[in-house]
Design a protein around this ligand. Structure first.
Ligand code: PEP
Ligand code: MN
Length: 338
C-alpha cells in the first residue's frame, strides 16, 4: 500500500500514520521527494484496507497495490482450474456447451430439447425452475416440478444439469434432484448471504456477472464462495448495461481475456442474454470462443414464439446445430476442441 501525503503535511501527521501502520503490524518506508512525501507500507494490506487511512490528516491518497481478491487470483494458482463433473471437464481444452430453454416449461418439451442439444454436442442442459423475473406477473418458473423434469431429462440423456438457485432454502431440493451446477443469476451476484451459503457446499457454481457489475466486483463475489471453501466456481459473462440500446445488453468480450488473466477460474459466455436477439447468438458465440471462453450457455427452444420467457433470444434446434458447426472452425483456429 502506498500513501501519498499532501504537500502541506506536517512531520507530526506523518508520524501518526507511521505509528498507526506499525500498530497494525506493517512496516513503513518513508520516501521524501522535493514536493511530496510517500509512505510505502509493507505487510498484510488487508489490515490497512479496513482502516480509513484516507481520513487521517495530511493524507492525500491511499493506493492499494494488491488486488482485494486472493483465492480467485492467478497469483494463487498459475494453472487453470478444471472443474470435473462426472465425465465433463470445465476449463480444459474442450469447450463446454450448456444449452436448453430459458425456463423449464413442461416435461415433453424439455425432453425434446435435451435430446436435440445432446445430439449436437451439448454436455450440460440448462433450464430455470426458479426464475428471477423483473415483473411479479411474469412466469415465475415451475419450482420443484421443474427440477423434477430436469432430473428426468438428465437421467434419460446423461446430460449434466445447470439451474438457478435464488433462495438457499431451496438447496435441499437441488440435492434431492441431483442438480450438477448451481447457477447464481446476474441479479443475485451480490447477494452475499446466498454466496456464503453455496460457499459452504461443494457443488459447482456458475456465477453470472451482474448486469451493472465490474469485473472486479464479479471476482470479489467469487471470492465470497471460495473463501467459504468451495473452489468449484465458473464465471459467466452475460452482458452488461451500457448506453447502447440496440441489443438487450452489451456483450463485454474484453471481460473474457481480462478474467482469464486475473483468475484461474473457468469462464463461460452467455451470448443469449448478452444480445437478447437469436440472430446475434452465433457471431457472439464465435467471438467468445476466439477470445478464450471455456464454454457457452445458450438458450434453445423448439417454438421460440411460444416460450414463456426469453423466446426472442432462443435458438431453434436447427440454428443451434448450425452454430455448433460454425464453432468447430473457430475452435480449431484457437487451439481448442469441441
Ligand atoms: C438465465 O440464465 O435465464 C438468466 C435469468 O440469466 P441472467 O441471470 O444472466 O439474467
Ligand atoms: Mn433467460
Amino acid at each position: 500500500m502506498i500513501i501519498v501525503m499532501k504537500a502541506s503535511a506536517t512531520e507530526e501527521q506523518m508520524q501518526k500514520i507511521i505509528d498507526r501502520s506499525e500498530s497494525l503490524g506493517l512496516k513503513a518506508h518513508v520516501s521524501k521527494g522535493e514536493e511530496r512525501t510517500i509512505i510505502g507500507l509493507i505487510g498484510a494490506e488487508d489490515k490497512v484496507r479496513m482502516q480509513p487511512l484516507e481520513r487521517m490528516d495530511g493524507v492525500e491518497k491511499v493506493m492499494p497495490i494488491l488486488p482485494p481478491y486472493k483465492l480467485v487470483s492467478r497469483e494463487l494458482r498459475k494453472q487453470n482450474t478444471v472443474i470435473k463433473i462426472k465425465d465433463v471437464e470445465i476449463g480444459a481444452k474442450k469447450i463446454v456447451i450448456m444449452a436448453g430453454p430459458c425456463s423449464v416449461e413442461n416435461k415433453e418439451s424439455l425432453l425434446q430439447i435435451a435430446n436435440d442439444v445432446k445430439k449436437n454436442g451439448a454436455t450440460v442442459l440448462r433450464g430455470g425452475a426458479f426464475k428471477p423475473r423483473t415483473s411479479p406477473y411474469s412466469f415465475q418458473g415451475l419450482g420443484e416440478e421443474g427440477l423434477k423434469y430436469l432430473k428426468e431429462a438428465a437421467d434419460e440423456t446423461g446430460l449434466l444439469i445447470v439451474t438457478e438457485l435464488m433462495d438457499p432454502r431451496d438447496l435441499d431440493l437441488f440435492y434431492k434432484y441431483d442438480v450438477d451446477i448451481i447457477q447464481i443469476g446476474a441479479r443475485n451476484m451480490q447477494n452475499f448471504n446466498l454466496l456464503k451459503e453455496i460457499g459452504k457446499i461443494k457443488k459447482p457454481v456458475l456465477l453470472k456477472r451482474g448486469m451493472m457489475s465490474t469485473i472486479k466486483e464479479l471476482l470479489m463475489s467469487a471470492e465470497y464462495i471460495l473463501s467459504e471453501g468451495n473452489f468449484n466456481v465458473m464465471l459467466c459473462e452475460r452482458g452488461i448495461r451500457t448506453f447502447e440500446s440496440h441489443t438487450r445488453f452489451t456483450f463485454d468480450v474484453n471481460a473474457i481475456p481480462v478474467i482469464k488473466k486475473l483468475s484461474h477460474l473457468p469462464v463461460i459466455a452467455d451470448p443469449s442474454h448478452a444480445t437478447g436477439q437469436w440472430g446475434l447468438v452465433s457471431p457472439i458465440s464465435r467471438a467468445a470462443v476466439a477470445a478464450g471462453a471455456d464454454g457457452l450457455i445458450i438458450e434453445v427452444h423448439p417454438k421460440p414464439e411460444e416460450a414463456l420467457s426469453d423466446g426472442v433470444q432462443s435458438l431453434l434446434p436447427k440454428n443451434f446445430q448450425e452454430l455448433i458447426v460454425d464453432l468447430r472452425n473457430v475452435c480449431k483456429a484457437v487451439g481448442r476442441e469441441m
